[in-house]
Design a protein around this ligand. Structure first.
Ligand SMILES: O=C(O)CCC(=O)C(=O)O
Length: 270
């Protein structure tokens, strides 16, 4: 099974049924090249300024290419200014509006995923964002062509209808993150195949993740934004302030601690 890209008029219905929607060629080749070059320049010059603290040993290739977290909060850096501008890009906000109504930006991330890097075990994003009363929406922008070989995303269509559940422990040989949420009984993961510039939108309860990059030389870079509906009454602290469509900071209430997994429910980013 492969993901279908429906006509624009069917996007909302498709998302309601599957909890995932691929939109091809939302960004053109020159834009993708500019995004890639800007982030590559930053990680080559200073990989620590924005790198997530994932507790990686020095000999893990991801230690040199850590995922960048919340670059839009560093507008003094070229990657920061770019991430902040793209987070409120009309093309992304238009699709988001179709799927979840008017939306605020909550998170930006950039993954380099070089050859040999581990992937990220299946999980649900709203476990981390805790947007309430509705869920968050991811916009996962392919910055390189990607498929199973270089560790493209796999998603479980239909899994957005299940509750956010407590993770088990993932296989550390395959995943650099610890939590694992298994696909619900009877639902199968679908391996995405995307070209640079394609965008995958998915619901905050959709189970998704990726396997290691087993290619010889193909990076699998991606720029990822998470949005929450403007009608959200709370979100986890890490995601505040939100970003309004005009680029301004927006505050809403912090989601209170605790949840289905009790006190240990992580308030940190994923
Ligand atoms: O890109 C990946 O491998 C995982 C990204 C992810 O899980 C996310 O954007 O929520």
């Amino acid at each position: 099974m492969t993901l279908r890209t429906p006509p624009a008029s069917e996007r909302a219905r498709h998302y309601t049924v599957d909890g995932v929607l691929q939109v091809d060629r939302l960004f053109d080749a020159s834009e993708v090249e500019a995004i890639r070059a800007t982030f590559v320049e930053q990680v080559g010059r200073d990989h620590e300024a924005l790198g997530a603290d994932d507790g990686l040993p020095d000999d893990d290739v991801l230690a040199r290419f850590p995922r960048f977290m919340q670059p839009h909060r560093r507008p003094e850096l070229a990657v920061g200014a770019l991430a902040r501008r793209l987070m409120t890009d009309a093309r992304l906000l238009d699709v988001a509006r179709t799927l979840i109504g008017p939306a605020y930006g909550a998170q930006s991330m950039f993954y380099f995923k070089p050859p040999g890097a581990r992937g990220q075990a299946f999980h649900q994003d709203n476990y981390f964002l805790r947007a309430h009363p509705e869920t968050c929406l991811a916009a996962w922008i392919a910055i390189d062509d990607c498929d199973a070989e270089n560790g493209a995303l796999a998603v479980v269509p239909g899994s957005h209808t299940m509750e956010v559940v407590c993770p088990e422990t993932a296989d550390a040989r395959e995943s650099f993150t610890q939590g694992l949420v298994r696909p619900p009984a009877g639902m199968e993961p679908v391996q995405t195949v995307m070209r640079a510039g394609d965008v995958l939108f998915f619901h905050g309860s959709t189970v998704h993740g990726s396997l290691p990059n087993t290619s010889e030389s193909r990076f699998r870079r991606s720029l990822i934004f998470h949005y929450v509906p403007c009608s959200s009454v709370e979100v986890s602290r890490w995601y505040l302030p939100l970003v309004g469509p005009d680029g301004s900071d927006v505050m809403i209430a912090e989601a209170s601690r605790g949840g289905p997994c009790g006190d240990g429910w992580a308030g940190a980013a994923h």
